[in-house]
Design a binder for this molecule. Structure first.
Ligand SMILES: CC(=O)SCCNC(=O)CCNC(=O)[C@H](O)C(C)(C)COP(=O)(O)OP(=O)(O)OC[C@H]1O[C@@H](n2cnc3c(N)ncnc32)[C@H](O)[C@@H]1OP(=O)(O)O
Length: 382
């Protein structure tokens, strides 16, 4: 079931974006086998992870006898490998691209890192915020007088990382199915998060000079393109950037007779600060629900700023079935939507190694071989 039904993916479970990419592909119906480290190596029992949903879990300690051979048996039947280790780790384990592609020439070998497979920083430890700082994306996410801050993981790990790896994998599968060509995909968060800036940069020459230090898009403080706090301490956001939407916003706020808010003043940076202060005072006079009542669903480019639990019960999100609670954990359902091949229903996250024996049997391992792997410790502690 699902548009990727029949696509076989082996995921060497790492941190963050790799597992997210695996989840996305499993959401779309791919058969994703998660190769996990034994619990004792991975620092104790695996935390509950939404990113494991829809996958099958096998434990393989790659440093124990027999594990590499078993891993390569998995690769023999795979369309895709996902890994997110530091560059060089897979090669040291004996399962680098040369070995895997020699074994399976059509394999799409997806490598997820922050800095990329090469470059002076490629071997250094880092996380999401470090990568987006270097790419220029964090600089963009700065409000006037505030420290640079982006929502954790969303811009680097996911948008700049996992989603670009996913696109690369899908493109790689298309190519492999055309003529059998497999290849390595080097998906780096520095590349992806820089690429994400292209839309914004294409707007910028109208209003900004990127060469000017401290000129940040967020620092513009346009009164029609920012957040405001309401009387109950909750927030709303406006982004009424086009003349017709700006005019509608000002009309609905009852300010259309005040020439200072006139549409022809919209592109005048000298009024943005003072008008923003006036709107800030205005929005503090009603609750978020009251502003919602007035503005939601109109052409004013308005939305309330919701927490995840609030978003889950918003009528629009409910109508689209965006959030579900599975095993007591609120999580977003699969995206995007397919008309002919809907994504599989969400299921419980498998226990660590829950499918180890089934997967080994599918590979043709007989009981003796499975027992020998168990004795060597390759399958983790019993
Ligand atoms: C919130 C976020 O930002 S998540 C994004 C974090 N960044 C990335 O994912 C970028 C790419 N990854 C990395 O740079 C690194 O993996 C880091 C910095 C995240 C973590 O660094 P480390 O914990 O030192 O892990 P690293 O990838 O170097 O090595 C993993 C080790 O686990 C071992 N390992 C991995 N899977 C297995 C397995 N199934 N069985 C046995 N050993 C395993 C590897 O062999 C390696 O051991 P080695 O160092 O002896 O060669």
């Amino acid at each position: 079931m699902g548009v990727l039904s029949g696509v076989k993916i082996v995921e060497m479970v790492g941190m963050g974006p790799g597992p997210f990419c695996g989840m996305l592909l499993a959401d779309l119906g791919a058969d994703v086998i998660a190769v996990e480290r034994p619990a004792e190596d991975a620092g104790g029992p695996r935390p509950w992870s939404i990113c494991s949903r829809g996958k099958r879990s096998i434990v393989l300690d790659m440093k124990k006898p027999g594990a590499v051979d078993t891993f390569l048996d998995l690769i023999d039947g795979a369309d895709v490998l996902i890994e997110g280790n530091r560059p060089g780790v897979m090669e040291r384990l004996g399962i680098g691209p040369d070995v895997c592609l020699a074994r399976r020439p059509s394999l799409v070998y997806g490598r997820m890192t922050g800095w990329g497979q090469y470059g002076p920083l490629s071997k250094a430890a880092a996380h999401d915020a470090n990568y987006i700082a270097l790419s220029g994306a964090l600089w963009i996410a700065t409000q006037p007088g505030q420290p640079p801050e982006a929502p954790p993981t969303i811009l680097g790990d996911i948008a700049g990382g996992a989603l670009y790896l996913t696109v690369g994998i899908l493109a790689g599968i298309l190519r492999a199915r055309k003529d059998g060509t497999g290849q390595v995909i080097d998906a780096a968060m520095v590349d992806g998060s820089a690429h994400l800036l292209n839309l914004l940069v294409s707007f910028l020459p109208i209003e900004y000079d990127l060469s000017i230090a401290n000129t940040r898009p967020g620092a513009l403080g346009r009164h029609f393109d920012r957040t405001y706090v309401c009387s109950d301490g909750e927030w709303i956001v406006l982004q009424a950037m086009e003349p017709q939407f700006y005019t509608e916003l000002i009309r609905r706020l009852g300010l259309d007779h005040d020439g200072r808010f006139a549409e022809n003043q919209r592109q005048n940076p000298s009024v943005w600060g003072p008008l923003g202060e006036e709107l800030a005072a205005l929005f503090k006079t009603k609750t978020r629900a009251e502003w919602n009542e007035l503005l939601e669903g109109t052409d004013t480019c308005f939305a309330p700023v919701l927490s995840m639990p609030e978003a889950a019960v918003h009528p629009h999100m409910v109508a689209r079935d965006v959030y579900r609670t599975v095993d007591g954990v609120l999580q977003a359902t699969a995206a995007p939507r397919f008309s002919a091949t809907p994504s599989p229903e969400l299921t419980s996250v498998p226990a660590l190694g829950a499918h180890t024996t089934d997967i080994l049997s599918e590979l043709g391992h007989n009981d003796d071989r499975i027992e020998s792997l168990r004795r060597s410790g390759a399958l983790g502690s019993p």
